[in-house]
Design a protein around this ligand. Sequence first.
Ligand SMILES: [Zn+2]
Length: 442
Amino acid sequence: MSIQSWVLRTFPGVLSRIDSPRRQLKQLRTSVARAQNSVFYGKRLKEAGVTPGSIRSIEDFTTRVPVTTREDLLEQDPYDLLAVKPGSEAILYGQTSGSTGNPVPVWATLKEMQDGIELALALPVFRNNLHPSDRVALCYPYTRTLAGRSADLLNLMAGCTVIPIGTRNNMYPPEMAAATINRLRPTILGAAATDAFAYANILRDQGVDPRKLGIRLIVSGAEPCPPARAEALGRVYDAKVLSLLGQNEIGFPGIPCELNKMHVPQFMMYTELIHPDGSPAQPGERANTIVTPTFKRAQPLLRYVTGDTVLWDDKPCECGLPLPTMEILGRAHTVISTNGRSFFPIELEEALYKAASLDGVWYQIRVREDEVLVRAEHRETDQYDQMASSIESQLSAFTGRKVRVEMITPGTLYDYRQIRPGKPLSRVVDEVAGTGEVVEGM
Ligand SMILES: [Zn+2]
């Protein structure tokens, strides 16, 4: 049976929900009706003269409902964003990881989390990769963001054995996390790629070969990880790597398939593609997204401006899943322009790992007026010359600049045995534009 017919059989709602504008309209109206119950949207929709009944077409929705920005949410009392009454059902609080320094409040009901997970578990990527016999070590953050808790619930609902480790807390500092992974021999590791690289380095320092742990799958999440870096991580553990990227406010803007393409879950999310000037964009163009997650109950969001630039592709994916795919390139303000070329940090990261399969934890790329300096951590010193020349030639072709490479031992840029501080220790620093944050002492 093809995956497509399998999806149709196991999850019959998917195609009709995608293909039917009527159903989509109904979902958007329901979202407006739910949103009205919060103080924030109650006021805002009243001001705009919008009621669920006044939305007669998708165009009505996109033209009459005002957009919601991150700043709008930051200005509110978090309780004014709640559309369900506390006490009427179980509610969980979280915040975005706040790379901008201002975390956005995020509410979810237990029921909506369970419903979302049930939907996710019907998708081939989870159905085919998670088995009740799996032992799953989860190293995502458990507090502040909802990442750890959702992963926990997903794996428990799949019937797996769950080993909650978390990250960035002093109960499981990296060395304790690595020791627990070594002792419990998980078959699946859920972790940000940075943490997974750090645990591998700690284990190798102790003479343990991460490839012998028996981990067959790594689900990289909680930070973007482009394909070449995912492959490099896979080599370190001799495991398959899938990248999953959730955003606390909106859920999953994309769900990976077996081929590691991000599919847009249109059955639970309405996505508008626009150019920076607000005009509609077409698939294949670099576009910004405005999303309406239609499954949210505790904290509905209508036309949320994500700030992400994406590359949307509506050609069928070889995996057969009948959903468009997209690549999230990053936030528009992080674009690096040099020598008439412009690219996102993640594209530079992809180019770096294509040039060299690094096994350290950290790297740093500094874009300067006259050169690009790359400092990359790697363990095997006898590979330094070959890696440096490969990085030099491939990155200078990519950036159009002179590239200088320093190969360094893991731990030089950042001590991977220490608890990692908050999110942005930027790996890509644009010294010309002054963007990217520099880690102290670097
Ligand atoms: Zn696919």
